[in-house]
Write a protein that binds this ligand. Structure first.
Ligand SMILES: [Zn+2]
Length: 183
């Protein structure tokens, strides 16, 4: 079977940046599994995986434009520390990441600098501006279930959403760890 919309593909991969630093990986024992055609992975990678099948290997370089976007300097801000009063002070360290509600929805914010008075934050995706170097092997491809297609994501074996609740939009999943491939 070939990877196309409404199929579920299982991948082994490594992800490196242009310097060759390993950013993320999934191995055969813990593969990355996703529903194709449902915006679950970056667009540049999804395009290259279309039409592949089990045992295919591919090396893909995804540009920032088709990856996590180019860096946008207007997404960095210096904020008075007092705005963070409700936060656990031990969380206020350079490199700490947290989710925040912004005009654009929930964003991952990274603390990039601290002074006595201020906290500088960056709302760019941590991989914004990076070219993504993927080295991939397709392990398996299967048809998605009707429920997976309806939900727009993979259900891991034995954890169908229908067993939790009839209100399919209310359930919670363990999203596959694919920090890098996911959104
Ligand atoms: Zn679901």
């Amino acid at each position: 079977m070939h990877i196309k919309a409404n199929t579920v593909a299982s991948l082994r991969y490594t992800l490196k940046n242009s310097k060759g630093d390993l950013l993320d990986q999934a191995d055969t024992a813990h593969p990355f599994i996703y529903l194709h055609g449902a915006n679950n992975i970056v667009v540049g990678l999804e395009k290259k995986l279309a039409g592949k099948m089990a045992k295919d290997t591919l090396q893909v370089i995804v540009s920032p434009e088709e990856g996590y976007g180019v860096r946008n300097d207007t997404l960095t801000q210096e904020i008075p520390r007092k705005m963070f009063k409700s936060m656990d002070p031990t969380m206020l360290v350079v490199g700490a990441q947290f989710e925040a509600q912004t005009n654009a929805g929930i964003e991952v914010i990274t603390i990039v600098a601290l002074t006595e008075e201020t906290v500088s934050i960056d709302a760019n995706h941590p991989l914004a501006g990076e070219s993504l170097h993927f080295d991939i092997e397709v392990l398996s491809v299967r048809e998605a279930s009707a429920e997976e297609i309806a939900h727009g994501h993979v259900h891991s074996a034995g954890s169908s959403c229908s067993s939790d609740t009839k209100e399919s939009s209310q359930h919670e999943h363990n999203r596959d760890e694919g920090g890098c491939c996911g959104h």
